[in-house]
Write a protein that binds this ligand. Structure first.
Ligand code: ADP
Length: 185
């Protein structure tokens, strides 16, 4: 599904984000930036070990050894990926919505888009942040993600934003949320 928002494109598709040819892809990282399972592991495997080295550099020199806070984003090159850049953001762990999870998830999308825009990037792919190991319910996550992305695109000229969903079920949930949002506009 593809929609136009103020001259920008928002696309939903099923696919493997490591194969995406957008200028940037977003990694659902953890605060250590040292890689992990799920999409994070897949991105590190496909990008090669230079990506881990670049992440270690950021930990040391940008974050003074600390972890990347939840909702924040940093950027590296994409190394062996088709994408030129990887934006690493840390999604919130779902704790029953007792911990500001919706706002933190929205920050992930917003800060990633803001950082991409600052770097002059015009196309970006997101995975469904936090809905894997971090257990954020997909339906609520889709509404947070799509609202944040569309609110951004309504006020900023950007280019193309792709939500790369990893299963038919995730795609169906995101598509239903997007249709509902558009019909209530
Ligand atoms: P989190 O820790 O933020 O929950 P996960 O990596 O566990 O991150 O899951 C986030 C989402 O990414 C899940 O929907 C998972 O199915 C999906 N995913 C896993 N591998 C890929 C991939 N190669 N491309 C796109 N999405 C992926």
């Amino acid at each position: 599904m593809k929609v136009e928002i103020k001259g920008n494109t928002l696309k939903l598709m099923i696919g493997d984000i490591t194969k995406q040819e957008t200028e940037a892809i977003v990694n659902a990282a953890n605060g250590t930036l040292l890689g992990g399972g799920g999409v994070d592991g897949a991105i590190h495997r496909a990008a090669g070990k230079e990506l881990l080295e670049a992440c270690k550099e950021i930990r040391k020199n940008v974050l003074q050894g600390k972890e990347l806070p939840t909702g924040e984003a940093v950027i590296t090159k994409g190394y062996r990926l088709p994408a030129k850049y990887v934006i690493h953001t840390v999604g919130p762990v779902w704790k029953g919505n007792t911990n500001n999870e919706e706002k933190l998830l929205s920050n992930c999308y917003n800060n990633s888009l803001q950082l991409a825009k600052e770097k002059g990037i015009q196309s970006i792919s997101f995975p469904s942040i936090s809905t894997g190991v971090y257990r954020f319910p997909v339906d609520l996550a889709s509404k947070v993600a799509l609202t944040t992305i569309t609110d951004f695109l309504k006020i900023q000229p950007f280019g193309e934003v792709v939500m790369t969903l990893f299963s038919q079920n995730d795609y169906d949930v995101y598509e239903a949320s997007l249709k509902e949002m558009l019909s209530s506009d």
